[in-house]
Design a protein around this ligand. Structure first.
Ligand code: SAM
Length: 192
């Protein structure tokens, strides 16, 4: 039983692209109430359900409270864009590195489509800064956005640090919504 229908979007994407593999370390940004984390826990075996497979790690972060889940560490009441959250996250990740970053984050919708779009794109751009701190080379980022005028800018930024960037619209996502996902793979850590 999943905490929220959004689980089906991640299941659909993961069935197709096999992002989440046993033993992987995953960061779930905007994790409340925890349905994506439930999927991630199953797929990376972070609860150790299959002792024959490597055991991964799942760390979820949200501004809201995330009810406990076996196999996941949660940073509740934390802002993903805040550097103090990044420090806590690094401590929870083995080798201070993640194989995969997931983001289903969304701001509280104001109802003004352009404004909501711009807010969410800004949040997605901040994930690129977070990737620089936690994502391992060749790692992947899956992030939700609402389509609009700044989509291209986000896509270009992602393409500058990831080898592959795809736009996804899962079947489980309402057809009439502007919701889309970018799946960015083959991360190249920028040189300092
Ligand atoms: N993927 C989740 C699941 O399957 O249970 C649902 C996520 S919900 C669509 C979006 C979440 O993003 C909300 O819980 C919201 O609190 C969170 N959020 C928005 N801005 C955030 C931020 N700056 N830092 C952390 N979480 C944020």
């Amino acid at each position: 039983n999943f905490r929220c229908r959004s689980a089906f979007k991640l299941l659909e994407i993961d069935d197709k692209f096999r992002l989440l593999q046993p033993g992987f370390n995953v960061v779930d940004c905007g994790a409340a109430p925890g349905a994506w984390s439930q999927v991630a826990v199953q797929r990376v075996n972070s609860a150790g359900t299959d002792p024959a497979l490597p055991r991964g790690t799942v760390v979820g972060i949200d501004l809201l409270y995330i009810p406990p889940l076996d196999g996941a560490h949660f940073l509740s009441s934390q802002d993903v864009t805040d550097p103090s959250t990044h420090a806590k996250l690094l401590e929870l990740l083995p080798n201070r590195q993640a194989h995969v970053m997931l983001s289903d984050m969304a701001p509280n919708a104001s109802g003004f489509r352009d404004m909501d779009h711009e807010k969410l794109i800004t949040m997605c751009l901040s994930l690129i800064d977070l990737a620089e701190k936690v994502l391992q080379p060749q790692g992947s980022l899956l992030c939700k956005y609402w389509d609009g005028i700044l989509t291209r800018r986000l896509q270009e930024k992602l393409s500058s640090v990831f080898g592959g960037v795809r736009t996804l619209k899962p079947q489980a996502s309402r057809k009439d919504s502007a919701e889309r996902y970018f799946l960015a793979t083959m991360y190249r850590k920028p040189m300092k």
